[in-house]
Design a protein around this ligand. Structure first.
Ligand SMILES: [Zn+2]
Ligand SMILES: [Zn+2]
Length: 416
């Protein structure tokens, strides 16, 4: 019997996994300086957590969720994104009683039943951050600056931040009505999904990826023209802070994001090397979501970064540096093998990565193995060396050889 992993999932192993680890490490480093703590929420939630927040008539909820009944007949869903779970946890544990802002980041797998295609997976991974309790535009600017620093520090270049404001509870209804009126006159040019949805969710039509819908909405009224005074001021202040923080951006008045919960600030990050259609990160404000989940009125903002896109891009841009094997022990004779075995254990305790041969093969084949493993040194122990109390070495890069008294061996390793 031969097994294969299900469609649309992937195994991540060396050397790629080193890029993943590096990205995760950088995220933790950068985010912690901005006061973000890690939060680990479960991978399963009750289905309503997602249907209520993401929106009933989104692609995610309608077509893409992994939803099943557990043994007690409750509807459970594998999380398709991270924000809803973090908000659920924030409300469940009354974290709004702690001083604001409360700042969290997460990383881990998400699940969507999408058509498998290049760069899209059914189990994919995101790194995200969420900030609760402040609506000041400086918080938006800080969060975007943090995202920029993270992406730059992992080595992504040619970043473009696209920015928009999609208004609030007060001003969006007016825009919504105007947009519905605009779409109603052009309904025959829309795709079936958009026809079905445009009265309830006209903003989503602007987000439709299909050519016909894009063309139809080219001349649609734009939301920035309908913002209330507060939203306009908020958006204006955010832009000023971004300029002063040297975060360059473009305003894209069409960018509305696909999910129900966004308010005011929305943004997407693209990289020149990925093409404009493919955002590597995206986010926005969701000032009403905590309340929607039964908490007190709490403004919030967050983003998520797609790990698959990010790591693929990084691997195209530079060579992967796997951790290097310092030394391989080549031995001759049982006594030498025994000695090497315990020496390897000692050295590992001191933090040196060393390996040895277990098969009693010829010296030549042991050297070959050391070479294939990319070992920097080969250490040789045979009868002669045991008698003299030394360890011979050969540096693989240039063939330099020598011998070191056993008692000085650790000093030697520290110095190379
Ligand atoms: Zn407003
Ligand atoms: Zn459409």
């Amino acid at each position: 019997m031969k097994y294969r992993a299900p469609k649309g999932v992937q195994d991540i192993f060396p050397p790629e996994v080193y890029v993943w680890q590096e990205v995760e490490k950088k995220a933790k480093e950068v985010f912690s300086v901005y006061g973000y703590s890690e939060v680990r929420t479960p991978i399963i939630e009750f289905t309503e957590v997602f249907t209520r927040s993401i929106g009933e008539d989104t692609d995610i909820v309608e077509k893409e969720m992994y939803t099943f009944s557990d043994r007690a007949g409750r509807s459970i869903t594998l999380r398709p994104e991270g924000t809803a779970s973090v908000v659920r946890a924030y409300v469940q544990h009354h974290l709004y009683n702690l001083p604001s802002p409360q700042k969290f980041f997460y990383l881990g797998p998400m699940f969507r039943y999408e058509r498998p295609q290049k760069g899209r997976y059914r189990q994919f991974h995101q790194i995200g951050a969420e900030c609760f309790g402040e609506d000041d535009p400086r918080v938006d600017a800080e969060l975007i600056e943090m995202l920029k620093r993270f992406l730059e520090e992992v080595g992504l270049s040619g970043l473009n931040f696209e920015l928009n404001s999609i208004g609030c509870r007060k001003c969006r209804p007016e825009y919504r009505d105007v947009l519905i009126g605009f779409l109603a006159e052009r309904v025959e040019h829309l795709c079936n999904d958009c026809i079905r949805r445009y009265r309830r969710n006209p903003l989503r039509v602007l987000d439709c990826k299909l050519e016909g819908c894009r063309k139809t909405t080219e001349s649609a009224p734009q939301i920035p023209d309908y913002l209330c005074t507060e939203c306009k001021e908020h958006f204006g202040a955010l832009q000023q802070y971004l300029q002063r923080l040297n975060v360059s951006y473009t305003v894209n008045p069409r960018m509305v994001r696909g999910l129900d919960y966004y308010t005011r600030t929305t943004f997407e990050v693209t990289s020149e090397s990925l093409g404009a259609q493919n955002a590597v990160a995206a986010g926005g404000r969701y000032d009403g979501l905590v309340e929607e989940f039964g908490g007190p009125s709490t403004p919030a903002i967050g983003f998520a970064v797609g790990m698959e896109r990010l790591t693929t891009l990084l691997m195209e841009q530079r060579e992967i540096q796997p951790p290097g094997l310092l030394g391989f022990f080549a031995t001759m004779g049982e006594e030498a093998e025994e000695k090497a075995f315990f020496l390897v254990s000692e050295l590992r305790k001191k933090g040196f990565w060393v390996e040895m041969d277990y098969r009693g093969k010829s010296l030549k084949s042991q050297f070959r193995k050391a070479d294939r493993l990319g070992s920097r040194y080969v250490f040789i122990i045979g009868e002669d060396e045991i008698q003299k109390g030394v360890i011979k070495y050969k540096r693989m890069s240039d063939g330099a050889q020598g011998e070191v008294p056993e008692e000085e061996f650790i000093n030697f390793l520290t110095s190379v």
